[in-house]
Design a protein around this ligand. Sequence first.
Ligand SMILES: NC(=O)c1ccc[n+]([C@@H]2O[C@H](COP(=O)([O-])OP(=O)(O)OC[C@H]3O[C@@H](n4cnc5c(N)ncnc54)[C@H](OP(=O)(O)O)[C@@H]3O)[C@@H](O)[C@H]2O)c1
Length: 332
Amino acid sequence: MTNRQVVLTSRPQGVAQAENFAIVERSVPRLKVGQILVSNRFLSVEPAMRGWIADTAGYARPVEIGSVMRALAVGEIIDSRHPEYHAGDIVTGWFGWQTHAAVGADAIVRRVTETDLPLSLALGVLGINGVTAHLALTLIGEPVAGDTVVVSTAAGSVGSAVGQIARILGCRTVGIAGGPAKVAQCRSIFGYDAAIDYKAAGWEAAISDACPDGANVYFDNTAGPISDAVHPLLAIGARIVVCGTAAIPAWTPWPSGPRVERHLLVKRARMQGFVIFDHMDRYADSVPQLATWVRSGQLRYQEEILEGIEACPDALAGLYRGENTGKRVVRL
Ligand SMILES: NC(=O)c1ccc[n+]([C@@H]2O[C@H](COP(=O)([O-])OP(=O)(O)OC[C@H]3O[C@@H](n4cnc5c(N)ncnc54)[C@H](OP(=O)(O)O)[C@@H]3O)[C@@H](O)[C@H]2O)c1
């Protein structure tokens, strides 16, 4: 059986481009005892992949040159030498950008049991993005009904879920996104009380106008200029969730920017980073809650489905061009 794989061929400076990857064909290895063979159905494309490839300031070991690109995927087990997993089981986990994955059970994040919902959601609103939104907002943002919650990449996979969960919890939500189409999505699909296009003239004043009582929670997916505009608007006792740094083009040389300490001091605010991999044990509680909200229509999602493994090499660069509308996945 042939396995088509996307391998990293060179280490990029900044965001990986299509030329940093190659598609190769190898035969599927014979399973060892304890392994399963997954036929991948959907592959995930994450902004965080930029950090998984970079060899600076990461929280994970960088993907080695010549290796299959690290990725979450969802698929069906087609062969098993593990006593607890069987052919026909649907699982999501660290199966990589490839058509087939021969892996141990430690690569599995969870069995997918929401058979009434689309399979691809296991990579988005019921996967790393939805769980990150849910846990980072509630554990670090600690939203209280009546709070103003400001969200960057508000139309994206994580951001759209943050805005809607904050709304479910009784907060007023302000979304920041790039371009009129995404701003319209924020209002009409994701229910933000205010949505601001950070690419339009006067955007900083528009954010300020949308937060007359300040921002109690800032869910930060970008850092950079958007954060520079939000930090002066923090309310007393505000919580900043540092979830992503999409607006920082590269970490070499190390970028510098406005100093935030005075805002934190004066507003007695807290700024804390979040990495989902510290919270994998909470998936089992979070996913059923997210699925309940999806079924009730309180948590809406958008997906952008690219076709075929050939779409992978340019898919990450496209995210940083802001092309995606919703969670970007590749269907095999
Ligand atoms: N810490 C964690 O554990 C964790 C887990 C999952 C995801 N994340 C982070 O969460 C963020 C959102 O992830 P996602 O999967 O939901 O992606 P996404 O928001 O669906 O897609 C990424 C978006 O980033 C925005 N963007 C790209 N370049 C930008 C720039 N220079 N300035 C401002 N915005 C820019 C674009 O939206 P616009 O068109 O609106 O600019 C783009 O659509 C990412 O930063 C990701 O790394 C963190």
